[in-house]
Design a protein around this ligand. Structure first.
Ligand SMILES: NC(=O)c1ccc[n+]([C@@H]2O[C@H](COP(=O)([O-])OP(=O)(O)OC[C@H]3O[C@@H](n4cnc5c(N)ncnc54)[C@H](O)[C@@H]3O)[C@@H](O)[C@H]2O)c1
Length: 268
């Protein structure tokens, strides 16, 4: 999904950050597609043991196999992040295979489009369940590992919708806004435990989610979207992965509770 005119996206030698100091264990939800997949590729390339948790089991397995073929330690589990029991079970399996979880990135998410008065309670609940409550379940399942280690990194993937509002997707906007607030609350609660918690609210990233939204007529095409983005083009999963790798590094230890927009200047 990368923009082919982006020489800056050649990350074959990594974005300059050191490899994982002790083959840390990173869990990425929604890691089978889009920016979650880019994040997994980046972690794997930097020596992290990476666990892909995704509702799309076959896609997660396929991604894991490709990364293992390149020599990385990667496992995949089919999990609906809204299913608390399944989340805790999957984290238990990660722990059993790789050890305690050092890093959590919550990229699993679903989008929804409907005029506000037509959002059904079922649509409202599902969007909140996946985007917000799923983040809650995942964070609760791994924070004890991080507290015990005295070190941890959590990056939530929110949305620029939470920063500037998005018409026709108030349920999504509400869920992502709550993810930003939850990130700040967690950051304060766990700052003294060596755990940092930050959020990346993306905007205009070329992924299967945005392509599907375009195909359904809910988003303009890439050329039209690019005109509204100050840098003049869409972003790629690798742009999010680079920011994420930094936020999860040792070097980012003094950064917590922050909202790091990766959006081509769309929100400043
Ligand atoms: N693409 C953008 O421009 C953009 C903008 C703002 C926010 N986001 C957010 O970024 C995150 C990643 O989106 P993307 O664009 O890479 O989309 P994507 O559809 O390519 O990837 C999302 C992944 O999440 C998985 N997933 C969905 N529901 C799940 C569930 N209940 N349990 C576990 N996994 C589930 C999907 O199977 C998929 O693999 C999402 O949270 C999305 O809301 C994306």
């Amino acid at each position: 999904m990368s923009d082919t005119n982006r020489p800056d996206l050649d990350r074959s030698s990594g974005p300059g950050l050191a490899a994982s100091p002790r083959e840390q264990v990173a869990v990425v939800t929604g890691g089978a597609s889009g920016m979650g997949l880019s994040i997994c590729e980046s972690f794997a390339a930097h020596g992290y043991r990476t666990a892909i948790l995704d509702i799309d089991g076959p896609a997660a397995q396929e991604a894991a196999e490709k990364l293992r073929a390149g020599g990385a330690a990667v496992l995949a589990r089919a999990v609906d992040v809204a299913d608390r029991e399944a989340v805790f079970e999957a984290m238990g399996q990660v722990r059993a295979e790789f050890g305690p979880v050092d890093i959590l990135v919550t990229s699993a998410g679903m989008v929804g489009f409907a005029p506000f008065t037509e959002i059904s309670p079922e649509q409202w609940h599902r969007i909140i369940e996946v985007n917000l409550t799923g983040t809650f379940h995942c964070a609760q399942a791994v924070i004890p590992d991080m507290v015990a280690a005295g070190w941890g990194r959590i990056v939530t993937i929110s949305s620029s919708s939470a920063q500037r509002g998005s018409p026709g997707m108030v349920h999504y906007t509400a869920a992502k806004g709550a993810v930003v607030a939850m990130t700040k609350g967690l950051a304060r609660e766990y700052a003294s435990c060596g755990i940092t918690v930050n959020t990346i609210p993306p905007s205009g990233i070329d992924t299967p989610m945005s392509r599907n939204s375009q195909a359904a007529g809910n988003l303009p095409d890439n050329a039209t979207m690019a005109k509204a983005i100050p840098v003049g083009h869409l972003g790629a999963g690798e742009d999010i992965a680079a920011a994420c790798l930094f936020l999860c590094s040792e070097q980012a230890g003094y950064i917590t509770g922050q909202v790091l927009g990766v959006n081509g200047g769309s929100v400043i």
